[in-house]
Design a protein around this ligand. Structure first.
Ligand code: NDP
Length: 330
């Protein structure tokens, strides 16, 4: 049975004598640092000297270079891009950790695939928000929070679970629910969403755009209909709020019938085999090895794919539509 924890299950006072260093003041770093400070924790920031460093200073944090911040803290949140974590850990974090310190990740990738091997005398914790950084902050400020997957991966101190739950509470996650799953499960599920759910949506929109404009439909109208009105975003929110099936009655009966009758035409049950293959590539680390090689080679495939994506005519069509239809999004 899954364990989901709420505010009553976590005690912030277990961190009352601890200094928390947030290493990397980017998407997650800034939001989590601000939330934890507002929750009463002693938070400092460690970053390279760049615009994020200046931002942390402007936000009123004691801000240091990474080695110095790690020395001053007993809990170290490693909120750097996943690709750089192993190098920064080896050079600037590990040599400055004391026995009994804790390191915390917002995604299990480097631990799960063994790209980063922590020392055995420290706690290794995961607090992985299921939300982009901006909303981790906005939800907290609104009195709510972002749900997280969390785990005490290594417990050197006997306090790992108390510590990780207190961190979940400090960023606002236990206000809504912090779910305990392993680092392996978090990493593999995260990659599954990125390798299947996201491409299914974006590829469906691109192919639809290509075919419909070939058939003579107005490019701007295709975009407004398929995603640029924001309706798709509203439906996506409704899936979470109301449920995949229970949101159906918000659509017209004609729409409901069309959606239901075409569901297994566009995606027959055979797709389960593709889903299995995609999961297998994640589980066997085939994707992780490919991505690792890509990084070592200087991102040739990644850059080529990004270039192709940005050169697609849909980008120009979006720009033209945005100039004429000025919908204000939150
Ligand atoms: P960002 O890309 O926002 O970068 C974080 C920080 O790292 C920035 O301050 C950045 O500086 C700094 N940085 C970049 N390169 C280096 C380097 N070579 N050496 C030292 N510092 C560097 O990271 P995210 O917040 O997106 O991701 C952090 C972690 O959170 C990752 O593990 C990610 O998987 C996880 N996560 C992210 C989510 C998200 O919303 N993006 C959602 C859930 C989890 P600068 O700004 O100057 O580049």
């Amino acid at each position: 049975m899954v364990n989901i924890y709420h505010d009553k299950d976590a005690d912030l006072s277990v961190l009352k004598n601890e200094v928390v260093a947030v290493i990397g003041y980017g998407n997650q770093g800034r939001s989590q640092a601000l939330n934890m400070r507002d929750s009463g924790l002693k938070v400092i920031v460690g970053n390279i000297k760049d615009r994020s460093f200046n931002q942390a200073m402007e936000d009123g944090f004691e801000t240091y270079l990474i080695p110095e911040a790690v020395k001053k803290a007993s809990i170290v949140l490693i909120l750097l891009p996943d690709e750089v974590q192993p190098y920064v850990y080896k050079d600037s974090i590990e040599p400055n950790l004391d026995k009994g310190d804790a390191i915390v990740f917002a995604h299990g990738y480097n631990i799960h695939y063994g790209f980063l091997k922590p020392r055995e005398d420290i706690d290794v914790l995961m607090v992985a928000p299921r939300m982009v950084g901006k909303f981790v902050r906005e939800l907290y400020e609104s009195g709510s929070g972002a749900p997280v997957f969390f785990y005490a991966h290594s417990d050197a101190t006997g306090r790992a679970k108390d510590r990780v739950l207190a961190l979940c509470k400090a960023i606002g996650a236990t206000r809504v629910g912090a779910m305990e799953i392993t680092v392996a499960e978090e990493t593999e599920l995260d990659h599954f969403s990125e390798h299947f759910i996201a491409p299914v949506i974006s590829r469906a929109l691109i192919l639809s755009y290509e075919v419909l404009t070939e058939l003579g439909y107005t490019p701007e109208a295709v975009l407004l209909e398929t995603y640029m009105s924001g309706e798709l975003g509203e439906v996506a929110s409704s899936l979470a709020k109301d449920g995949l099936v229970t949101q159906l009655p918000f659509h017209s009966r004609t729409s409901q019938y069309g959606q239901l009758i075409y569901a297994d035409v566009v995606m027959p049950d055979d797709y389960k085999n593709l889903i299995r293959d995609i999961v297998k590539e994640i589980q066997t680390a085939e994707f992780a090895r490919d991505w690792q090689l890509e990084q070592l080679l200087g991102y040739p495939k990644f850059n080529k794919l990004l270039k192709q994506a940005f050169e697609h005519p849909i980008n120009q069509a979006e720009k033209k539509l945005r100039e004429q239809v000025r919908i204000k999004f939150e």
